[in-house]
Design a protein around this ligand. Structure first.
Ligand SMILES: Nc1ncnc2c1ncn2[C@@H]1O[C@H](COP(=O)(O)OP(=O)(O)OP(=O)(O)O)[C@@H](O)[C@H]1O
Ligand SMILES: [Mg+2]
Length: 264
């Protein structure tokens, strides 16, 4: 059996006015690939921020790798650094994640923070650049890259620390089909190698391709489904009830057709 990586034990979370999550409990096991589905504003990014140790429940408990994670604990820089080495994340907006003037330095930043030797850092950066086929971007400024290129650099910056858990927020947004395929294959490979992967998305094809388990949040921020991805993704009433697919009817001649529109 895999050990539990994350446990939410009856957590309440609030940004101020009213509770976003109330009494939410959930377990994520090591080696799982989990997709988090839900309409805009359902709370996906917030839940991922809790897993990343960047937002904290106001009641209940959040445990990671068997240890309770609290705001006080994460204020200790050494603890936070160790945590971020274990749990890599790729934000919804990769722009917010880039702050160095050269792609090479951007990717080297994490290992530098860990105090690795220059030689070790260099060889890790080269490995990741080769693995993700990013050599041609190494000397460029991250700010002048296209959206998809920025996303790749954010992926490289997360992978260089070889985290046990990878958290991705809408990773395929704005990626062309070939780059989406590249990302899907990369996530499948990381999953095969035993990494735990948690991905928030509206992209049902992505969920199908990379995850065995799906969590669905309703627009009221309730966890309304936790089970096999293939069942969630073929459950039209469920997907419609949480606004992940839209049904509209129209008439061709005498016949009425139903169309399902799937958010890309
Ligand atoms: N920093 C914040 N302060 C106050 N409210 C916030 C903050 N961040 C998010 N919210 C609110 O919390 C709710 C959940 O937001 P969240 O970003 O988690 O949704 P999401 O499911 O990721 O949506 P999307 O699909 O649009 O990315 C929304 O109603 C949002 O307006
Ligand atoms: Mg979001």
């Amino acid at each position: 059996m895999h050990k539990t990586v994350f446990t939410l034990d009856r957590i309440t979370f609030s940004y101020g006015a009213g509770n976003l999550f109330d009494n939410l409990s959930l377990n994520i096991n090591g080696g799982e690939s989990v997709c988090l589905l839900g309409a805009n504003g359902s709370g996906k990014s917030t839940l991922l921020k809790i897993f990343c140790g960047l937002a904290f429940p106001c009641a209940g408990h959040f445990y990671a790798f068997g240890q309770e994670i609290t705001e006080d604990l994460m204020e200790d820089n050494r603890v936070a650094q160790k945590y971020h080495r274990q749990v890599g994340f790729i934000f919804q907006n990769s722009e917010a994640q880039l702050f160095n003037t050269r792609v090479w330095d951007e990717i080297a930043y994490g290992p530098q923070q860990l105090g690795l030797s220059k030689q070790d850092i260099s060889s890790r950066v080269e490995d990741v650049l080769n693995m993700l086929n990013l050599q041609s971007l190494a000397q460029r400024s991250p700010y002048r890259l296209s959206g998809g290129e920025k996303k790749k650099v954010a992926v490289a910056s997360a992978l260089i620390l070889n985290p046990e858990v990878l958290i991705l927020d809408e990773p395929t947004n704005g990626l062309d089909p070939k780059t989406q395929r590249w990302l899907i294959e990369l996530l499948q490979e990381l999953h095969k190698r035993g990494r735990t992967i948690i991905t928030a998305t509206h992209n049902l094809e992505l969920a199908h391709a990379i995850s065995e388990r799906t969590l669905v949040l309703s627009e009221e921020h309730q966890l309304v489904y936790d089970g096999p991805s293939h069942e969630a993704l073929t459950n039209k009433p469920l997907l419609m009830s949480v606004n992940l697919i839209d049904e509209y009817c129209h008439v061709h001649g005498e016949e009425e057709h139903k169309h399902y529109y799937i958010h890309g």
